[in-house]
Design a binder for this molecule. Structure first.
Ligand code: AMP
Length: 556
């Protein structure tokens, strides 16, 4: 027997309609290349989205066509999100920090017909313009007065593109499984792969992620997505924040600038923000240097890479900001787990609380997880048994864009193999110990590079830490610790090793410590371990007193 409830499709258009009716007067504040502080409301943005959809329809964009964006977080990018997807086309967000050749490859693979490009990114796009096989026009996200000189003759200006268009546009009735947004994975090995979200998956992800034990967003919040809109829809915030009526504050091209972030947080009374660990280093350093405050900020969700305790501690101790660790991936829309305490844990000893807080959290509703061993057998949730993490759910990708052959990640039908190594405890808290390809295998046992990095980051002189495996004649691989020190701090290799000796098993101790001025990052701000491994392939481990620690067999 079927239920007797109305069958209304879950589409981003339905989010837009709701926001317009209920939260139309709520504001969006943006920093853009042409305006230091642009202000509009959701009603304004959706009115302009209708003009934009009219312009795209007049241009000939049809159902399923891909329209690319190379843009920062701002109101124009927000308009693009809604106009393109709700007219039935696909919003293809592209990371402007990729190499020009990677951008060209992705644009060609997606067959983007139009590209909307921020003026600051335009030189990169212009440099590969002859290689773009399907792009018919480039629209620069600017008004006429600020059009950059580098724009080629045919490039259009965004404000001119939409200006004369009607404010009325009849949004089509879309099926909820209609493709909505396309985002390519980072592709640290091989070519990037397209993850094609549906309207339904975006709506469900927004609903799941607004839950109190997830992002806990509400109409009382002022949300500043520091995580870029070109990377998995700013973790869904471009949909979830409007959905609940939160005010949005977009830092535009200034997301990496501590001064702008502090200023926006303070003047706009931001209560919630989210981003990868590295983006917070600039803000925290700025606050330390200037003594400036971020008093309105209540919560920050940090994920995308393991969040060091030092970042959590500094936010909380110095600024009263609660940090929630989260885990997810492009293929999961992206949120999988968020860390919140559960009933009865308030009385745990501080060390136990800390150990729990460092974990990546518990699964949101809609995300099912399991950890399996090499033979595929499921491992118990005991907080120890580590194996390959698999997930499934309505916001998890079932296949990659335009890939028809078997996908390794889907080797077990109905499950997506994340490529992460993890364990889950009896309360359901997930702990990622490594990316499968980053695991250090020493004497047949795994050493967690993330645990070692976290331990090193606890030292007050350390700004950033990365651990990679280097080949070793006896133990196959041994860990090498690479450190960036904080400004005006000094630390020796021996001091670091002594510090770690108190914190990790003896056989985990890195065989060497290297000090560098910077660690390479991916275009989404994660440590680029492939590059580090390449840089240190021929690294000769020390053979002195500390180096001999590598002769220590696993388990001792
Ligand atoms: P991406 O698809 O580029 O967002 O990358 C997803 C990958 O980032 C995951 O599979 C993990 O390896 C890693 N990741 C995301 N969040 C965390 C976290 N909180 N701790 C450790 N690794 C993470």
């Amino acid at each position: 027997m079927l239920g007797l409830m109305m069958d209304m499709p879950l589409t981003v258009t339905s989010i837009m309609g709701h926001v317009e009716r209920v939260h139309g007067g709520t504001g969006i504040v943006s920093v853009t290349h042409d305006q230091p502080r642009h202000r509009c409301t959701y009603a304004d943005a959706f009115r302009r989205a209708r003009q934009l959809a009219s312009a795209l329809a007049a241009f000939g964009i049809r159902n399923g066509d891909r329209v690319g964006t190379l843009a920062w977080n701002d109101y124009r990018h927000f308009e693009l999100y809604y106009a393109i997807s709700c007219m039935g086309a696909v919003t293809h967000t592209i990371n402007p920090r990729l190499f020009p050749e990677q951008i060209a490859w992705i644009v060609n693979d997606a067959r983007d017909r139009v590209l909307f490009v921020d003026p600051l990114v335009l030189p990169i796009v212009e440099s590969v313009r002859p290689q773009l096989q399907h792009v018919e026009t480039i629209v620069v996200l600017s008004d006429a007065a600020h059009m950059p000189a580098v724009a080629h003759a045919g490039a259009l200006c965004y404000e001119g593109f939409i200006a004369a268009q009607p404010e009325a546009f009849s949004w089509p009735d879309l099926e909820e499984q209609t493709a909505c947004t396309l985002c390519y994975t980072s592709g640290t090995t091989g070519n990037p792969r397209g993850v094609l979200y549906s309207h339904r998956s975006q709506v469900l992800h927004s609903l799941f992620s607004c839950a109190v034990d997830a992002l806990a967003l509400s109409a009382r919040d002022v949300v500043m997505p520091v995580v870029p809109m070109f990377h998995v829809n700013a973790w869904g915030l471009a949909y979830s924040a409007p959905l609940v009526g939160a005010k949005l504050v977009f830092p535009g091209p200034k997301a990496g600038d501590g001064e702008t972030l502090q200023n926006l947080m303070d003047t706009e009374q931001v209560t919630f923000s989210a981003g990868v660990p590295t983006v917070w280093l600039a803000l925290l350093a700025y606050l330390r240097r200037t003594g400036k405050r971020i008093d309105s900020l209540q919560r920050v969700v940090i994920g995308g890479a393991a969040c060091p305790w030092s970042v959590m501690e500094e936010f909380e101790r110095d600024h009263g900001v609660h940090v929630h660790h989260a885990w997810g991936m492009t293929e999961m829309s992206p949120l999988g787990t968020v860390n919140h305490p559960i009933r009865g844990t308030e009385t745990l000893a501080p060390d136990e609380q800390k150990a729990r807080r460092m974990k990546q959290g518990r699964a949101m509703f809609g995300v099912e997880m399991k950890v399996v061993d090499d033979s595929g057998a499921e491992l118990p949730w005991d907080g120890r048994s580590a194996g390959l993490l698999k997930v499934r759910g309505p916001t998890v990708c079932a296949g990659y864009f335009q890939e028809t052959g078997p996908v390794e990640a889907h080797a077990e039908p109905g499950w997506f193999a994340t490529g992460d190594v993890a364990h889950i405890d009896a309360d359901g808290y997930l702990q990622i110990t490594d990316r499968a390809k980053d695991v250090i295998k020493s004497g047949g046992e795994w050493i967690s590079s993330i645990d070692l990095e976290n331990a090193a980051m606890e030292h007050p002189a350390v700004a950033e830490a990365a651990v990679i495996a280097v080949p070793h004649p006896t133990w196959t691989e041994r860990p090498l610790l690479i450190l960036v020190l904080r400004e005006r701090c000094a630390l020796t290799r021996e001091e670091m090793l002594a510090f770690l000796r108190e914190r990790v098993a003896k056989w985990w101790l890195p065989d060497d410590v290297v000090f560098v001025t910077q660690i390479p990052h991916t275009a989404t701000g994660k440590i680029l371990k492939t590059k580090l491994r390449k840089l240190y392939t021929d690294y000769k481990l020390h053979d002195d007193e500390e180096g001999k620690v590598s002769g220590c067999p696993p388990g001792q």
